[in-house]
Design a protein around this ligand. Structure first.
Ligand SMILES: *Cc1c(COP(=O)(O)O)cnc(C)c1O
Length: 854
């Protein structure tokens, strides 16, 4: 409960107009989730301002607003409090509430194991006291007021998880809550995008310990050197915990890891407690339990009593939670909010139970999703996990672009390539486990990943009993993207690989089992990212890949893609040996060249696979039909060239059905049939691109080459992709500045645009150096707040201007969509292409490589 007058008093606030409600149930920071009886808090940070959403919050029923400037709408039925700084007001209110009630404050900090530690402390204290604890749904200091809004007058303790999001935050927190106990289970091996180094995170925790009063208590993990050192600086009392380390105050030893619980003996100041256990799994969770015991001791809870609480404790959803899987497998769900440290700890546990697992015939399978928010540290962190995994697991499944790096480093560490499965979506992970790995009884599957990997969906799909689904949980940490998220990129492309997987499967279904699907991933998969697209396509019906150059083929091979790859473009003879070594299939259309290839192949003693291309009307690469027969006669005598396919390419499958039919007829009647009659047989015969594939079976032969449609794009208006296909690419940027220009003011180079009246202009940090076209025609419109905003003036190299006069509340940091959907509006590649005078292909491939893909 939040009392209006407490807020006023604590924050020195002013009422705006007559108050209405006096009591609020909760604070609301996200207008999209606003509900009745809440107090909406408008925030203004360096990244943005949520005052613009006050109206939306009111429409959804909030009964009060805390803000720095009053709303410009009717506030009759509202209580509106004005303060100078809303965040500071919340901190003041937090301190006010805690002091008034005299609640003991216990803070859990550090880099991993916080929520388990919070749970252990809460359970143990709750055996004798009234305890309130935070839920972990909020990060940063806003978690404090959120938790305290549910504090009851009889609560004696409040246990808070301190999840700092940026440097300097801890000082505010320490100042606000003045903790009686600080517990730190772990401090190391973690990175965060908002901190440049671990040192910065350590410094934040140092500050917390440094600010502790002499009457307070610090409980730290003695096994971590950093923490051991930090205890030297605090004036508070300390209690240290450790495992097998005989300098700590409270020590667990003889630890026994098993697949459903952890056993240990305990020693505290000469007293021994033998043969105890908790259901929680792994050394890292045992640390959390020990901290719970230590805090209990501080508040006079006997170890025996506390140990009993621990042995009855339940598993926590998403944190090393063992669940019964299909085929009687054992699924360990560690998907709640895995970070580098917890993932390594989970692998340590796997290692600890490896022997037991072997005697029980369990294969150890590790499913790893991308870890989040690692910033520049991401590649190194993912590789570290891969290295560790290689030493422990039987099978490794990586899901996501970043996680695939873990797979590669696992291979470097000696993991057998046959035991590595690389996917980019939860669906493909589930498919890999069920259909390719074929789970067996007793398999032990550890699933972990950061919140955005949605790895809990994998867990959910593996459960034997649907009812257990309630035990899987997605961490919905509150991060209002437009306001609080830290984003260092100015514009970026988002790729929906689930959408791509869907399109590929839908295409495969249309062409049927008999026809082989080649996924065309040239030009970095039409700007979508070749490796991830190739892998996803291969997991969803494609068997071949088509690229343009040898370099594109090599990129795929270097990333461990081993499916057959056809090079659709010219390959210089000098590159043939590389093609051979990497088993790349070339396109042949000329006898001289074929002879040179043959010679190069003979030198390395390898046979070169080739598909012969015939020009049936495209007027581009390919042998002319009249020359085809002679070409084949000679080519078949080349001992180091193996012709396994023949193909042609349609010139107008997207617009001229008649010409396409004629080309197909030429190909069939003048090439394929006569060659067959002369005894030449080909494993692959192909002609169709996306347009022809969608146009009819008669163009499929026994292989199709699909590009555009797989990316959810339509070949043309006459040949659209089926409505259920999903566009895969979204291009976004943000608002960098908003200002009102007076009537008659020009915008941009060359002063081509003049304001007609007072106009709101927003600047977006994207330009032609990113592939955002300048001329002769530009993009025309973009989306902001789900509405269309016109571009005004010329597009610069890396900036452009849009008019937002008619879109209320646009402010710095708001997301802008250049391509893709926002709310009900969508800007398609087709639409942009029509405007700039080209085709959708050129729009997506025209987004330059310097724009990051994710
Ligand atoms: C690019 C390309 C394709 C794919 O065409 P889409 O229209 O994108 O499906 C097929 N075949 C060849 C030879 C290509 O160069």
């Amino acid at each position: 409960m939040i009392n209006l007058y407490d807020i006023l008093e604590a924050s020195n606030g002013q009422l705006f107009g007559e108050p209405s409600a006096h009591i609020f149930t909760e604070f609301c920071f996200d207008s999209r989730r606003a509900a009745e009886s809440q107090l909406y808090v408008a925030l203004k940070t360096e990244r943005g301002d949520t005052h613009q959403y006050m109206r939306e919050a009111v429409e959804r029923g909030v009964s009060g607003i805390l803000c720095t400037h009053p709303p410009d709408f009717d506030t009759q039925k509202l209580s509106v409090v004005l303060v100078r700084d809303t965040e500071a007001a919340l901190m003041n209110w937090t301190r006010y509430v805690l002091q008034r009630q005299g609640t003991q404050v216990i803070c859990v900090s550090g880099t991993a194991g916080k929520s388990m530690t919070l749970e252990a402390i809460t359970r143990i204290l709750a055996s004798q006291y009234r305890v309130h604890s935070s839920t972990g749904e909020m990060a940063g200091r806003l978690a404090l007021p959120t938790t305290l809004s549910n504090l009851q007058p009889d609560h004696q303790f409040v246990v808070l998880e301190l999840d700092i999001t940026r440097p300097g935050e801890m000082a505010d927190i320490a100042q606000t809550v003045q903790p009686d106990v600080v517990a730190i289970p772990a401090l190391g091996q973690t990175y965060m995008d908002t901190f440049t180094s671990l040192d910065e995170i350590v410094a934040e925790n140092r500050l917390l310990l440094d600010r502790l009063a002499p009457t307070s208590l610090a409980v730290v993990n003695y096994d971590e050197e950093t923490l051991r050192d930090l205890t030297a600086i605090t004036r508070a009392q300390t209690l240290s915990i450790g495992i097998e380390s005989f300098g700590a105050d409270l020590i667990a030893y003889n630890v026994l890891n098993s697949v459903d619980k952890t056993g240990f003996d305990l020693r505290f100041r000469g007293e021994r407690y033998v043969g105890r256990w908790i259901p929680w799994l792994g050394k890292h969770q045992l640390y959390s339990a020990l901290i719970g015991l230590a805090v209990g001791l501080h508040y006079d809870i006997e170890l025996d009593d506390a140990l009993r609480v621990l042995s009855d404790i339940t598993y926590m959803a998403g944190r090393m939670n063992p669940l019964l899987g299909i085929q009687n497998t054992l699924v360990i769900d560690d998907t709640y909010s895995a970070n580098l440290q917890s993932m390594l700890a989970a692998l340590d546990w796997l290692k600890a139970v490896k022997r037991q697992a072997a005697t029980e015939n369990r294969r150890l399978i590790f499913v790893m999703g991308d870890l989040d928010r690692l910033g520049d540290h991401s590649p190194a962190a993912h590789r570290a996990v891969g290295q560790r995994a290689a030493q422990v697991v039987d099978l490794l499944v990586t899901q996501g672009v970043e996680a695939s790096l873990a797979g590669r480093s696992a291979l470097d560490q000696g993991l057998n390539p046959r035991n590595l499965y690389t996917t980019y979506s939860t669906q493909d992970t589930i498919g890999a486990l069920k259909e390719r790995i074929k789970l067996q009884e007793h398999d032990l599957i550890l699933v972990a990943g950061g919140p955005s990997a949605r790895a809990e969906l994998v867990v959910s799909a593996l459960l034997q009993d649907e009812k257990d689904r309630i035990q899987t949980q997605h961490r919905q940490e509150f991060v209002d993207v437009s306001v609080l998220a830290q984003n260092s990129r100015l514009n970026w492309v988002e790729i929906d690989l689930n959408g791509l997987a869907y399109n590929a499967r839908a295409m495969k279904e249309r062409i049927g089992e008999q026809v082989t699907m080649m996924a065309v991933v040239k030009a970095d998969a039409y700007g979508h990212g070749a490796v991830a697209v190739a892998r996803t396509a291969l997991l969803n019906g494609a068997e071949w890949l088509g690229v343009s150059s040898i370099n594109e083929g090599l990129e795929l091979r270097e990333n461990g893609v081993d499916a057959p790859i056809l090079l659709l473009n010219y390959v210089p003879v000098s590159a043939i040996q590389q093609a051979l070594r990497h088993r790349l299939t070339v396109t042949l259309y000329d006898l001289d060249m074929a002879r040179q290839y043959d010679r190069a192949a003979r030198e390395v003693g390898l046979k070169l696979d080739a598909h012969v291309k015939v020009d049936t009307g495209m007027g581009r690469l390919g042998a002319m039909p009249k020359d085809a027969m002679t070409l084949f006669r000679h080519m078949m005598t080349l001992r180091y060239v193996n012709v396994e396919g023949i193909y042609t390419h349609f010139a107008a499958a997207d617009e001229d059905a008649e010409f396409t039919a004629a080309q197909a007829k030429t190909f069939r009647d003048m090439i394929v049939k006569p060659l067959r009659a002369s005894g030449f047989n080909f494993r692959y015969i192909h002609a169709a691109n996306s347009a022809a594939t969608l146009s009819g079976k008669e163009y499929h032969f026994n292989m199709v080459r699909v590009g555009l449609a797989m990316y959810g794009l339509s070949p043309s208006q006459t040949v659209p992709v089926p409505a259920e296909f999903r566009p895969v690419m979204t291009w976004k940027t943000l608002v960098a500045q908003v200002k009102t220009l007076p009537k008659g003011h020009s915008v941009g180079y060359g002063r081509t645009y003049m304001t007609e009246k007072d106009e709101r202009i927003a600047i977006i940090p994207v330009g032609y150096a990113d592939g955002f076209r300048r001329g002769p025609n530009n993009w025309g419109e973009v989306l902001v707040h789900g509405q269309r905003a016109p571009l005004v003036g010329r597009v610069s190299m890396e900036k452009a201007a849009i008019r937002v006069t008619d879109i209320p509340g646009v402010s710095v940091g708001d997301e802008v969509v250049l391509l893709g959907r926002q709310g009900d509006q969508v800007i398609t590649a087709e639409e942009v292409a029509a405007r700039v005078g080209t085709i959708n292909y050129e729009i997506v491939t025209g987004i330059l490589p310097r724009v990051s893909r994710r």
